[in-house]
Design a protein around this ligand. Structure first.
Ligand SMILES: [Zn+2]
Length: 76
């Protein structure tokens, strides 16, 4: 079994929606069938992103997991 090199836990990032800040942003990509892995392997990713919370196209915000701000209480 092959394991991808895991990044240090401290450098983990998450992908969030530019509009609502939620995770769960889908990104357009191509997958290629791998006979060796018997599964689809991500081949290429594209810039188009779609937020499952806003239900509209969005832009990806990459942020460190540790930098997640506390949930804002109401709009200020
Ligand atoms: Zn969103």
């Amino acid at each position: 079994m092959t394991k991808p090199p895991a990044p240090a836990a401290t450098s983990q990032v998450e992908i969030a929606c530019e509009h609502c800040g939620h995770l769960g942003v889908m990104r357009e990509a191509w997958a290629e069938w791998s006979v060796a892995k018997q599964g689809w392997v991500l081949s290429q990713t594209f810039d188009f992103a779609f937020c499952m919370h806003c239900h509209r196209p969005t832009r990806i915000v990459t942020r460190a997991v540790a930098d997640v701000p506390p949930k804002p209480m109401g709009s200020h």
